[in-house]
Design a protein around this ligand. Sequence first.
Ligand SMILES: C[S@@+](CC[C@H](N)C(=O)[O-])C[C@H]1O[C@@H](n2cnc3c(N)ncnc32)[C@H](O)[C@@H]1O
Length: 302
Amino acid sequence: MINKTYLSAKPFVKWAGGKTQLLKDIKRALPSDFSEKKDSIYVEPFVGGGAVLFWILPQFPNIKKAIINDINPHLITTYRAVKEQPEKLIERLDIFQQEYLPLHEYERKNYYLNKRNIYNSSPLSEIETAALFIFLNRTCFNGLYRVNSKGEFNVPHGRYTNPKICDKATILADSQLLQKVEILCGDYTETITYATPNTLFYFDPPYKPLSKTSSFNSYVKEGFDDNEQIRLRDFCHYISEHKAHFILSNSDAKDKKGNDNFFDKIYQSFNIHRVMASRMINSNPNKRGKLSELIIRNYKIS
Ligand SMILES: C[S@@+](CC[C@H](N)C(=O)[O-])C[C@H]1O[C@@H](n2cnc3c(N)ncnc32)[C@H](O)[C@@H]1O
């Protein structure tokens, strides 16, 4: 049975490439017996904002355990704070909200830049990091997360009239849901030990950029180039040999350049399916809109 408190769980940050738009397609892509399988394990190695995580856990109580991972250490610190210290986090966010909202535009910008400096320069406690992470995410331009070559967060101030900096209900619901989630921080290959027949992996790696201006995949200073996409494909082969199921989504490289068969080639031994999705974060507003998205699986489509 679905737990009602869990249903208000949702991503506590906005995240580039967030998968809320794709949930219907991911639901259709699940193994046909997924809801019947006892003791399922769900693994999300590129969790980001966790749109799929916060949707799938309440829907499928048969998932006995979930494992999430991301290479962004501050994002993961924030997940841990939401899981382990939600009340303290809410307290800090409430202070930021009360200080920020009454300010005029110019003062808000200074307040934001000051918090961004603190976030980038000081050794901070887990709670402070998490509170600043959420504050910056809610008040920066488009909810982006982008770092420079030194790994410093460098997104400019956004212009929201009334941003919800302290979303108490969401943090409390997410915290409950995260109790059965193990939280890892590192490269996605850290999740390799969960490649078992009971496991479903959902991979949502940084996109292969469709054009130079759309390259919002600098979540981390290392980036994610074509060689990285191939390394991930090899990992998919490895977990398939260990009988785990996987779903992987990515941008359709073919979309803009009709002749780019990159994913069709590298994933040729798996099932590839194309769906339409809205892409909200693009530096150029004219280029936001419907694009096709790839859904790749290592099992038959029913
Ligand atoms: C497209 S986003 C995931 C978005 C997520 N599905 C959502 O709904 O918000 C890709 C994520 O992969 C992470 N990432 C990049 N390189 C990684 C790596 N080598 N291992 C694990 N995570 C990585 C980024 O920090 C980013 O959060």
